[in-house]
Design a protein around this ligand. Structure first.
Ligand code: GTB
Length: 222
């Protein structure tokens, strides 16, 4: 009998998020946990990411990547989509519902993530700039508008469109990037939505796995 193929993903050897699960390997880990697919992890340093061996996996020298036999993938959205297509549980079977779930995956990555990342980067890197005080409210307002629209659509529903899907998985991980910004708290519907995602057993396992990397590194550094 053929051995099942265990994929290997890459993650930060030392994540700047301090174990908060904000880096993009978290969404891949979560997807793999949701479908019950075991996986291995190759930890990569910041310098290792820029070396040619890793750039063969990801031309942009980033994490996460995914390797499964002859297949090497980069881009977290593509990896989650690949996992969702090959296993039951993350995309509905009915054609229209499946297409809508995929639309939510794109919405998370193309409509929500850009303004959220832009705000996060500004808060991280631009605080000392003379124009920061003027720029911050502009970036906050862009995020606020998108969050308001998303909250209106979710309303009283548990998930974006019926059952939990890869669209929800990506959306929750994208919204978690707002941790510490105070933005999510302005939208109780979305705070509750994120909390529902974080309460899923598969999320908990993925979070624990990435946290263990941080904890082992912290213990080694003592
Ligand atoms: N579009 C790509 C994808 O979706 O996979 C983007 C991948 C990406 O941004 N990877 C980041 C990376 O490798 C890690 S996740 N950065 C290193 C580099 O570019 O040299 C982004 C991230 C990093 C840190 C935090 N944090 O500390 O909170 C959160 C998110």
């Amino acid at each position: 009998m053929q051995e099942p193929m265990i994929p290997t993903i890459t993650a930060f050897e030392r994540s700047p998020d301090g174990g908060r699960g904000l880096a993009r390997d978290m969404r891949v880990r979560w997807a793999l946990e949701e479908v019950g697919q075991p996986y291995g992890v190759r930890l990569v340093s910041f310098s290792g990411m820029k070396e040619s061996e890793h750039r063969r996996r990801d031309p942009f020298g980033q994490i996460p990547t995914y390797e499964e036999g002859e297949l090497a993938l980069f881009e977290s959205g593509a990896i989650v989509f690949h996992v969702a297509e090959r296993h039951a549980g993350l995309l509905p079977n009915e054609a229209h519902a499946r297409a809508r779930a995929i639309a939510w995956m794109f919405a998370a990555l193309n409509t929500l993530e850009p303004p959220i990342v832009e705000l996060g980067m500004a808060m991280l890197l631009e605080r000392d700039r003379p124009w920061y005080a003027e720029r911050l409210p502009v970036l906050e307002e862009r995020v606020h508008v998108r969050l308001s629209e998303l909250a209106s659509r979710i309303g009283d529903a548990a998930w974006l469109d019926g059952a939990f899907s890869a669209g929800d998985l990506l959306m929750v991980t994208v919204l978690r990037r707002l941790t510490g910004s105070g933005q999510l708290e302005r939208h109780p519907t979305l705070s509750a939505y994120v909390a529902r995602g974080e309460a899923r057993p598969a999320y908990q396992r993925a979070f624990a796995a990435q946290f263990a990397v941080f904890a082992a590194d912290a213990a080694g550094g003592e």
